[in-house]
Design a protein around this ligand. Structure first.
Ligand SMILES: C[S@@+](CC[C@H](N)C(=O)[O-])C[C@H]1O[C@@H](n2cnc3c(N)ncnc32)[C@H](O)[C@@H]1O
Length: 661
């Protein structure tokens, strides 16, 4: 057998665990969950390759649950549409696609913790499923509203390619398709619902237990969105249907009603979510303008009388300076009992007017009121901006016409971040458009010194050739999004620097050499970079997934199980995802004994994908005591090599798991 063919044969009998290089199979995981509850309903069957796998005996499960079962022809309360089952199935099925890094388009690739991912968001969510499972604090999405003219993306699930071609739109090489969903489409609502349902099902898994999702939507689909969210997140986790006033003036030529609002539907992952109070406004603080000079700070006066009558509130308040007695008018009473009033008087909380002779009033101190505002469900354009303001923001960044038609205002998303995120949280927007969410995250970090990280996902959607964006050189919406983050980041950093400079001029001593002012610290931490990744087919050849299908005479043609055009950094990315590690972990590249070695987060993972490895490097790698080490299986000359490596690791770093692709 030639060296090449022996590599192939070795793959099947490798001593080391082989990575799966595909996303997890949720169906099998769900079966495991059912097995825990009802072990007797689990049976075995064979998959398409003849391998034995676990399955559920539904007849048996029906018997176990017989009393509670809703049969197919029973009426029940639920939202159904053609394609719902297929969506559910799709959400649970593994995908073999992967992400490939793109250093050229990234900013500060090696140090940033932000991500910009180009590709269909369903695939991206699946790819991120292991690495970001339960790690995202807040998701904001602004999907197509299904207004009768929107482009909806769907894959070719259940349809032949020809059927697809008949519809208007473009099909990519994978059969994924962006089509204009007009209301003449017989599956107008169903197609939109399927598109949303499968994405939200996967997105929910990414949320932290105390995470939350905000979804922009309008009246076209808000009712359907609520129904699928009730199903996916649970009715009890519905938090709010915020009404955002997106326009400041009605259009007089509107048919019927002039629509001035959007909805923002909010669901928590679980009751562990804690909403954060919004900062108090200047308006709210304005009444607190009195200061008694007693060190207790600013206060405002409040009524001591209350309407609800209680006998215990009727007694005289005595002015300690004048001895004058004040009784509540007939039918009303003081707001506190005689005992509490005594304490208030002793603490100088009762105020008898500027001249000290007036009727008693209560002092309310600013530092004792709730340090914030409870968010409400009515968001005005004065508070969070409107559509026109969002367009202006984008125009001002691009010094010209806005390159994107439907941006959201930065302040709208900033408000959601204020309510739901803490300084180290990860924020995901998988319909990112012009990347307003990334802008809002950087903006808020600059304001409060936070280190929130963003993940933007945007389809590789082409811009119209007649559009301003296309003419300005932005061939895709993703190009616009990336450029927006670059420009917004630079502006935020500049603003910050000029603020620091001004403060330094005003008060040079604070900044004098120590570098310890909050401004300086905020500045050095501000992450305005982002790593760009793009979806692509797996790095592995078909033979990797179906070695048994390989015929003997084909073996000698195969150099390795990895596609020829893939770089070591591509392989490293897929391995990181396969192992469920975060994509933004720091990566160090080292040359050891003539080989390129990647060291991910000190000792989380060490990988070498060179063809001819000098296995002397094993000793140097073992010195790092890595948790995991990955090689290419094809790099081992023969089984002797494998045994040697295994033995050395066992001796020098017994905890290390050695794996191969
Ligand atoms: C309404 S826009 C979002 C606007 C964004 N909130 C902003 O402020 O700029 C929706 C975006 O989702 C993108 N999109 C639609 N389907 C997608 C899919 N399947 N995967 C990723 N992005 C998608 C569209 O290209 C579009 O840019």
């Amino acid at each position: 057998m030639s060296k090449k063919s022996s590599n192939q044969a070795n793959q099947e009998q490798s001593r080391f665990r082989q990575l799966k290089m595909r996303t997890p199979d949720r169906t099998q995981e769900n079966i495991e969950c059912i097995a825990k509850l009802f072990p007797n309903v689990i049976t075995e069957t064979r998959d398409e390759n003849g391998a034995v796998k676990k399955a559920v005996d539904f007849d048996l499960l029906r018997q176990v649950l017989s009393k509670e079962l809703v049969e197919d022809d029973n009426e029940r309360y639920r939202l159904d549409w053609p394609g719902k089952k297929a969506s559910l199935l799709k959400a649970n099925t593994p995908v073999t696609k992967t992400l490939r890094p793109c250093r050229e388009e990234s900013v500060n690739f090696d140090t940033t913790e932000n991500l910009y991912i180009e590709g269909d968001n369903f695939e991206v969510l699946k790819i991120l499923q292991e690495s970001y499972l339960g790690r995202i604090k807040m998701i904001y999405i602004d999907p197509p509203y299904n207004t009768g003219n929107d482009f909806i993306y769907k894959d070719n699930f259940g349809k032949s390619k020809d059927e697809y071609e008949e519809e208007l739109g473009t099909t990519d090489e994978e059969g994924g398709k962006l089509f204009r969903n007009t209301d003449t489409n017989g599956r107008y609502h169903s197609d939109w619902l399927s598109m949303m349902y499968e994405r939200l099902l996967v997105a929910r898994d990414l949320l932290k237990d105390d995470g939350v999702i905000f979804i922009s939507i309008d009246d076209n689909e808000v009712h359907n969105l609520r129904k699928i969210c009730d199903e996916i997140f649970g009715e009890d986790n519905f938090l709010a249907n915020v009404v955002w006033q997106k326009k400041y003036a009605a259009t007089n030529d509107a048919k019927g009603f002039s629509n001035l609002h959007d909805h923002i539907t909010v669901y928590q992952k679980s009751t562990n979510f804690n909403r954060i109070l919004l900062p108090r406004t200047e308006e709210q603080n304005k009444p607190y303008k009195n200061d008694s000079g007693d060190g207790k700070g600013l206060w405002r006066s409040d009524n001591l009388l209350v309407r609800s009558f209680s006998e215990s509130g009727v007694y005289p308040i005595v002015n300690p300076n004048t001895g004058h007695e004040y009784y509540p008018p007939k039918g009303s009473c003081w707001r506190a009992s005689r005992e509490t009033m005594k304490i208030w008087l002793s603490e100088n909380r009762v105020f008898f007017g500027k001249d000290g002779m007036g009727a008693p009033q209560l002092k309310r101190y600013l530092n004792e009121v709730q340090q914030g505002r409870v968010p409400n469900t009515w968001w005005t354009f004065q508070e969070v901006g409107h559509n026109d303001a969002a367009n202006k923001e984008l125009k001002s960044l691009f010094n010209s016409k806005a390159p994107f038609d439907t941006p959201k205002p930065v302040n709208l998303i900033r408000q959601m971040l204020l309510i739901s995120t803490n300084p180290n949280d990860i924020i995901l927007d998988f319909f990112s458009g012009s990347a307003t969410t990334a802008h809002a995250v950087m903006q808020l970090n600059a304001e409060d010194g936070g280190n929130r990280k963003f993940i933007m996902v945007q389809l590789h959607e082409k811009t119209d050739e007649n559009s301003e964006a296309f003419k300005a050189g932005y061939k895709t919406i993703a190009d616009i999004g990336k450029e927006r983050i670059r420009r917004a980041g630079a502006r935020i950093m500049n603003d910050k620097l000029s603020m620091v400079n001004e403060k330094a001029k005003e008060n040079p001593t604070i900044f004098d050499g120590h570098n310890n002012s909050s401004f300086t610290i905020h500045n050095s931490q501000l992450d305005i970079g982002f790593r760009v990744y793009k979806t692509d087919t797996t790095n592995m050849k078909d033979v990797f997934y179906h070695p048994s299908e390989l015929k003997q005479d084909q073996l000698s043609f195969l150099e390795s199980n990895i596609k020829e055009d893939r770089t070591p950094e591509d392989l490293l990315t897929q391995v990181i995802l396969d192992l469920g590690l975060e994509l933004t972990l720091p990566i160090e590249t080292k040359q050891i004994s003539g080989n390129t070695v990647f060291i991910v987060q000190t000792n989380s993972l060490v990988a070498c994908f060179d063809n001819d490895i000098d296995f002397k490097i094993v000793d140097t790698i073992a010195d790092l005591q890595p948790l995991k080490v990955v090689f290419k299986d094809a790099s081992f000359k023969d089984d002797k090599d494998r045994i040697n490596v295994e033995e050395r690791f066992k001796r020098l770093s017994p905890e290390t798991k050695v794996m191969v692709i």
